[in-house]
Design a protein around this ligand. Structure first.
Ligand SMILES: C[S@@+](CC[C@H](N)C(=O)[O-])C[C@H]1O[C@@H](n2cnc3c(N)ncnc32)[C@H](O)[C@@H]1O
Length: 260
């Protein structure tokens, strides 16, 4: 893979013979070998793309699934526009801001915002994670119930700092950032996905530059999600913060969000 931050070996696998051609196409796109020794595998199965650590002690695979599972559950039972993330981006009666999620990851936060009615552009720079996201979005689009939500989500692959700096057209009203925070906590609380992704993503040490680019582009506000007790990102100070049980949303207001 061409990402210089990658410090893990990974190969592409098809989980069924009829998927061999499609898996080979992903391998070419992502520059992955299709055999040989590896610590991780990107697997293509009937249920889509998944990333898995290989070896007997490894946790199970991770894929993006907006149709079933935890994300779908949160859509149905997660508290709607009363959720803190909704308040943080400025969702109010009659107000559904256009959001750029510049650190898309597995797209969970973006999906919550899209399911509340926001049009969301997603940017992810890690090509493997972007591939999982692209695959999850394609499957969601084909679903009768979730399809209209996925249709509100547009994925861009690349470095958000560069993409925001060279942005063409109407700027997003709200830019949402959730960069990887350097965790010292090795407990079981660190989620399976985070453990799996750490070798691929690392710590997002360029978060201050990301914040600066977001503040230059957003028309109305920038929102940064942090662990509750983490320091703010270096740079201009947030105007205010919303605190939840484990997360905090630092809000950098530029202009009041209103109807119309
Ligand atoms: C903590 S995860 C985000 C999780 C996401 N909010 C979710 O709900 O699934 C951070 C992600 O941001 C991505 N990222 C960090 N800095 C970035 C940048 N400058 N451009 C694009 N993606 C970036 C990382 O590759 C990683 O996948």
């Amino acid at each position: 893979m061409s990402d210089e931050r990658l410090n893990a070996s990974i190969r592409m696998e098809a989980l069924a013979p009829q998927l061999a051609d499609a898996a080979a196409a992903w391998a070419v796109r992502l520059g992955l070998p299709q055999g040989g020794e590896a610590q991780f595998a990107l697997q293509l199965g009937e249920a889509g793309l998944q990333l898995v650590e290989l070896g007997p002690q490894a946790p199970g695979p991770v894929r993006v699934d907006f149709v079933e599972g935890a994300v779908a559950h949160r859509r149905l039972f997660g508290g709607g526009s009363g959720q803190m993330i909704a308040k943080a981006v400025g969702v109010q009666p009659g107000v559904r801001p256009r959001v750029l999620d510049a650190t898309a990851g597995l797209g969970r936060d973006a999906f919550v915002l899209a399911s509340l009615g926001c049009a969301v552009t997603l940017i992810e720079r890690q090509p493997l994670i972007a591939a999982l996201l692209e695959d999850g979005l394609a499957r969601a689009l084909a679903d009768r119930e979730v399809g209209p939500i996925a249709a509100q989500m547009r994925l861009m692959t690349g470095n958000a700092i560069e993409l925001m700096t060279g942005w063409q057209g109407e700027p997003p009203q709200v830019i949402y950032l959730d960069p990887m925070f350097p965790h010292r906590d090795k407990s079981a609380l660190v989620k399976k996905e985070m453990r799996l992704f750490r070798p691929f993503v690392g710590d997002d040490l360029d978060a201050p530059a990301l914040l600066a680019a977001a503040l230059a582009l957003a028309s109305h506000r920038v929102v940064v999600k942090r662990p509750r007790k983490a320091p703010v990102i270096d740079g201009p100070k947030p105007g205010f913060a919303l605190e939840g049980k484990s997360s905090r949303y630092d809000i950098y207001p530029k202009k009041t969000l209103g109807k119309g």
